[in-house]
Design a protein around this ligand. Structure first.
Ligand SMILES: [Ca+2]
Ligand SMILES: [Ca+2]
Length: 438
């Protein structure tokens, strides 16, 4: 009996490790993915593999000369390995001897944290990590850097007391590092902000991103929630060189003012970003957009003549100078009064969906000195058996936000909307998407 039990135990173990060799998003490995071991790690060893990783700050070496986002500083002792996972801990340590230099005009003080960077690089593939974000006012990020561009698979922010949605955000972006002379240099040039149905610091989840020369696909727990093509992103597609992998934690001043953080925000033991593994697969097979759920929105970019949308108040379909990468037409809601655009869509009950919109707020001006103005508009889903699901937009560039929701028993239709109802400011929307998550 014991032998039989042992045998089945080993069989289960063997099956598990076999499965573990395939992407969570492609368990049968139809994509013929091959693990790139030089940039992947199960973190099962007793020590961090120094042949594979830089521990930022070790021996005085800081890859890319990045010593941390001040006031938080990367310190080697804050990165550890045990029980098959890496932990990056962020601690409140005012007595630590910090680097005597400025970063973004701030001194390093009070907060120690850590970073791991691969020594090898890779170009295109499917990236996946299973992890749990630090449950405090610090980032927990999985990102890559290379010549000209940075790809942030996610930059989780564990806890923002003033904004609960921050802790549910799966934020993917490209940063432009092409040329110092460009106004976009160093900035997020393309983003997808996806609101998950859970807090990222509550439990472990598998985050995946497929990146190649034509598109990115964003996965959560093996399910595709968003994709963006190079055609959609246009000139903002800046990540096309080989990349090294980063895992780190930082203060994010746009989420929580570092000058207002205290010892209580970190607790005695610190805030821990825990990473079970990093796996990067590559394939020689031709990658395609097959398997992407059909967009359920009819005329999602307002290009057809048919009156499929209900457009009211100050909103109308226009052809103008703000045209985005989704055709010639878009909806503009004029300044001064409210307008709304809606479409009713048939859905299945007890089914998970990802909703998103592509929006620009031309009146928002963000200035370093003087007064910034933030216009805002909302896109979302109503007619649900429960609270409306809402995304709030304010940026003065075309950008996308998305959210996930599950329909309840008996739900057969929902209403997608975009409105400036609360601010009555000028607002533009071009592409809507509602796809089944599977
Ligand atoms: Ca592991
Ligand atoms: Ca359009």
């Amino acid at each position: 009996m014991r032998g039989k039990l042992l045998l089945s135990f080993f069989l289960v173990k063997a099956t598990m490790s076999l499965v573990a060799q395939n992407p969570f998003s492609d368990p049968e490995n139809k994509g013929e993915w091959v693990l790139n071991k030089s940039v992947s790690d199960e973190f099962e060893g007793a020590k961090i593999d120094r042949n594979k990783w830089y521990v930022q700050g070790e021996g005085g070496h800081y890859e890319n000369n990045f010593t941390g986002r001040a006031p938080s500083q990367f310190v080697p002792k804050n990165v550890s390995i045990a029980n098959g996972e890496v932990t990056i801990v962020s601690k409140w340590e005012p007595d630590f001897v910090f680097l005597d230099k400025l970063n973004n005009g701030r001194k390093y003080k009070n907060i120690t944290t850590g970073a791991l960077i691969t020594k090898s690089k890779f170009l295109y593939g499917y990236m996946e990590t299973r992890c749990k974000a630090a449950d405090g006012p610090m980032s927990s990020s999985f990102w890559t850097t290379g010549k000209g561009g940075e790809l942030d698979v996610f930059e989780h922010f564990g806890e923002n007391k003033n904004k609960p949605t921050s802790a549910k955000k799966y934020h993917t972006s490209f940063h432009d590092w092409r040329d110092k002379k460009l106004p976009t240099f160093g900035k997020r040039i393309w983003t997808n902000e996806h609101i998950l149905p859970f807090r990222v610091a509550d439990d472990y989840h598998v985050y995946g991103l497929e990146w190649n020369k034509n598109y990115v696909k964003i996965y959560i727990d093996g399910k595709l929630v968003r994709h963006a093509t190079k055609k959609d992103v246009g000139e903002k597609w800046v990540v096309y060189n080989e990349q090294k992998v980063w895992l780190d934690s930082e203060v994010f001043p746009w989420e929580a003012n570092p000058d207002k953080l205290t010892a209580e925000d970190f607790t005695e033991e610190g805030r821990k970003f825990k990473i079970d593994y990093v796996r990067i697969w590559q394939t020689n097979k031709d990658v395609t957009l097959d398997g992407i759920s059909q967009n359920k929105v009819i005329d999602p970019s307002f290009e057809k003549v048919d009156k499929l949308w209900t457009i009211t108040g100050n909103a109308k379909i226009v052809k103008g100078k703000n045209k985005s990468s989704f055709g010639k037409k878009y909806v503009e809601i004029a300044e001064g009064d409210e307008g709304e655009v809606t479409q009713t869509i048939k859905v299945k009950p007890n089914t998970s969906y990802s909703f998103s919109a592509w929006v620009k707020m031309p009146g928002t001006t963000i200035v370093k000195k003087g007064k910034s103005t933030y216009d805002n508009a909302w896109a979302g889903v109503k007619g649900l058996k429960g609270k409306d699901k809402v995304l709030k937009f304010f940026k003065n560039q075309w950008h996308r936000k998305s959210l996930q929701f599950t329909t309840k028993e008996g739900q057969t239709e929902v209403i997608l909307f975009f409105t400036n109802k609360w601010s009555k400011r000028r607002a533009l929307v071009d592409n809507f998407e509602l796809v089944e998550v599977k």
